[in-house]
Each structure stands twice: as structure tokens, then as C-alpha cells.
Design a protein. Sequence first.
Lengths: 170, 426
Amino acid sequence: MDEPGIVIAFWVLSVMAIGSSLGVVFARNLIHAVVFLVVSFLGLTGLYVTLSADFLAVVQMLIYVGAVSILFLFAIVLTPRGSRDNEEGFLRLPALALALVVGALLVFVALDTNWSISDRQGFEDTATLIGEALLDKYALPFEIASVLLLVAVVGSIVLVRPEPAEEGED
Amino acid sequence: MSLLSPVLAILLEGEWYDLRDLGNPVGELADQLSDWGAPDWVPYVVSSILGAVGILIWLVLSVLAFIWIERRVVGLMQNRIGPNRVGPNGLLQPVADALKLVLKEAITPVGTDRLIFWAGPVIIFIPTLAVFAVFPIGENMILADLNVGVLFLIAIAGINTPAVFLAGWSSNNKYSMLGAMRIIAMLISYEIIQVIALLAPVLFAGSMRMSDIVEWQADNAWILLIQPLGLLAYIIAGAIETNRSPMDMAEAESEIVAGYHTEYGGIKFGFFYQAEYLAGFAVAAAIVALYLGGWRLFGLEEWVPGWIIYLAKLYLVFFIYIWMRGTLPRLRTDQLMAFAWKFLLPLMLANILLVGAEVLIWRENDLSAAEAIPVIAVVNAVLAVVLVVGWSRFLGHGKGKQKGRPAILTQEVGRIFYEPVSGGGN
């Protein structure tokens, strides 16, 4: 963290991530909010790179910037009136209360934890280590995640499939 | 003289003249800089900037050249002349086009979301440029030899998807929106194909680093030989990404004007145009690095600079795309989606299972490359043919099924023609 380049990168990327996250909340137009969200994801990607977690960074870019943002965009476009504005709903006060509670909790955890700095250097090749961990130690969660995805795929096909009765009429 | 002496030091010492690898002179310069006591980051930054500028100049020149080559070649293929008025043989046509695009008024239509409308072309340009950082153009000519290079290739192309959506949505035009929706559906579907196709070289080489894959191919065999099906799928998926002719639904002029960039004119359209070309070069560069042995060519790299071999292969692959554009008709959207999900995806899943089994058997039994490669090549080639033919027969695309069945149009016309005759009492 002492190299000037890393420090500059950390501050620039943090400002980018936090500033655009604020933009997500305050943007009136929901599409603009998604654009801010994408910028925020990119800032996080950069932070991962500075932590030499390159595999994580690339996956963050692939999944969040490339796929999740598209999911949000489609959800907004396909929702009636959704793309118009970020209106104030009747849940404003409960949402504020919830946000304050969650924020207070996070701040408490951050202050209460005893952050220790490890001496060990970063991993040379994170991709191999993550792959080995996923297929060895964490094989069961990995398989459960893939079964979950399979269920989602099958479920979406079942949802959009025409009813058997309609097929008979055709 | 005191100013000149450091320059002379570089010129007299070192191997800067070894232009077989353009990484050498840059490396010499970086070494000199650290000898003079510059901080650690200075040589790094200087060599990065030199590499990036070099790649940019090469890309601009290549795009200008290929705009002319493509138009002339497609012209020849379609029995017409192509541009031949501006300069000798029309050579200055790309320059004239570029000048026209720059000088045109940048029109922003009414009702657009101005900020996003302007951001669209810029956002789409960044990933198409950034992707060139990971290609091993020569032994020392990689801007960033990431150990997740192949994944970076896929991930950075993924940024295109939201950019296309934003460009289409902000135009306030239903044809732009339709074009954007089409291209997003296509990009997402074929991204899956692309990822699974690229898994095969990664599995064989046991690394996602581009230079490792090139080295593996030099030690063993070009992945083209052992992965014909994967290469075919990657070429098709690459054509989607470059938005080129058999798959250029996004800008099917006869249906939806020019797709997501209908409302863009002048230099903003120029950005999209250039980005499409650069994406084409990027896909060709990826094919060369991952399937065609990169900058090596059976020992010829000892005599000819590796980067010339790499560029020659790249232009050859890009020529295949031009050829496809000049020859093949455009597919329909539903045909293209069905092709991805019903045809390519099952084939690629079977292929990756096969590759996994092969790599496992190879590693478990400690076979040498000379023993394993021929067997794998033959098995994969045979299975590629069997899978393609068998699966297309299974889906009903084979011979015989459609033979003799009259087209729907003839039936419709026939009904109109015959019904008055029989129903009129004659």
C-alpha cells in the first residue's frame, strides 16, 4: 500500500465506486441508475486488480458488468412505467430506517473488527488456486450452485412453454 | 553533446536493432532508464505507453487498409468494381470516408437522452481497444501477459453488451431499440458458445495465459488440429461479435434501418464502424493465438520476425470473414438463435466433455505428446463430423426431410388460384 501508484489507484477507484453508488441512489432516471451501477462495478473491478486478485476482477467484469447489468436493464425496460423515474414510493420511511440500521451495523462491524495485516505476499496465480478449491474443498457448494442454475434454466423453459392444451389445438 | 550521450549509449550498446521482436528495443530502453536510476515505475510506464501507441498506430493503419481491401474484394466477389475513383485504384477512399465522417455535423436527434447518447460510442470503443493488450504478437510483444488472458478476452467483450443497449435505448427510436435487443440476444447466446469453445485450448494448455497457450502449441501441435469443431464454433461466434454479414441482423438495413446506431451520424457513427472493425481484428487475433500457433510457424520464426508471421495469419483469418461477408446470405433472427441454442450448444457441451476426458487420460497415463496428439486429432476430427452430421439429422436438417414438400408460398398461391375454379361451379 506504500507505493504511490497503488495509493492513487486506490483513492481514484474508491471515489469512482462510492460516488457512482451514490449516483445509483440519487439518479431520477432508472436507466441512468444502471449506468452508475455499471461504473461502480468497474470501480470494484479495479480495486480487485490492485489487490492482485486478477481472476476475481475478470469474473466481476464478466458477470456483473456484462450480465447482471443487462438483467437490470431488461427488468427496467419490461416493467411498465419503470423506466420513467425513480419515484418516491410509500416505502420511503421504512427504507430509510432499514438503510440506517444496515449502515450502522456495517460501520459497527468495521470499527469493532481487529483488522490484522498479514505478512504473506499475494498469490502468484489465483485462478489455479480458486479452481482447485472449488473442485476439491468446496465441491459440494459448487455442485449445489450448478444444480440451482439447472433448476432455473428448466424452470424458465417451463414458464414460457405453451400449455399442452394449446399445442393440441394447433 | 551531454544530451546526446544517453541516446548514443542506447544506440551503441544493446540489441535494439534486433527487430525480430519489437519488444527488444523497448526492453533496452527500459533497462537503460532503470540504469539511470529512474524509479521502478518509470520503465514500466514508458514501455506500456510505447506498446499501446504502437498497437494503436498498427490498428489505425490496418483499419484504413482493410476498409479499402474489403470493399474491393467484396466488389470482385459480387461482380462489380468497388471504389476506384479516389486516388489510384481508389486507394484514398478510406481517407476520404474518414474525413467525411469527421467533418459531418454531429446531429443529436430530439428526445434523446443526451448524455447516454454521447457515451454510447465511447463506451463501446474502450473494450475493443483494451482487448488488444493480451494478444501475444511476438515473444516479448505482449502488452499485458495476464494469467487470466483468455478470460479477460471474454470479459472485456462483455462490456459491449450494455454499451449497445444504452446506444439503442438513448436514441429514442424503436428501430434502434429493436436492433439493440436483437444484438443483445445474439451476443449473450453466442457468448456461451464462445466461452465453451475457448475452454478447449485452456484445458489442453492447462493455463489461461496467452503466451503459455502459444508455447504449448509450439511444443505439441496447433490446437486447430485437435479442435476443429471448437475452431468452427469460435469462428461463428466471432462473426456475431464482429456483427459481420451472415450474422449482421443488428443492422439489417431492409428490416430495421441500421440497428442500434440508426440515429448516429458523423464521427459518432465512425466510432461504431471502427469498433466493429477492431472487434473483427480482435477475433482474428484470438483465433491466431489460440488455434493457429500464434507467432510461430514451424521454425520460420527464426528467420522472419514473429510479429510479421502473427500479422500475416491475422490478416488471413480476417480475410475469411470478408469472404463470408461477400458470399453468405443473412440469417433470420430466430434461425440464428435456434442455431446457437439447439445446434451449437449441445455440440459444444459434448465437445468439452470429450476434451476433458482426453486431457484426463493424457495426464493420468503420462503419455508423451507424440503418442497422444495423433490419436486425439483423429478422434476429435471423426467425432466432429459425426456430431455435426448426426445432430443435424436428428434435428431434421438432413437430406430427404424437406424434399418434395412444396413451399408454403406455392400452397398459398395455389389455393388462391384453384379455389374459384372448383368453387365457381365450372
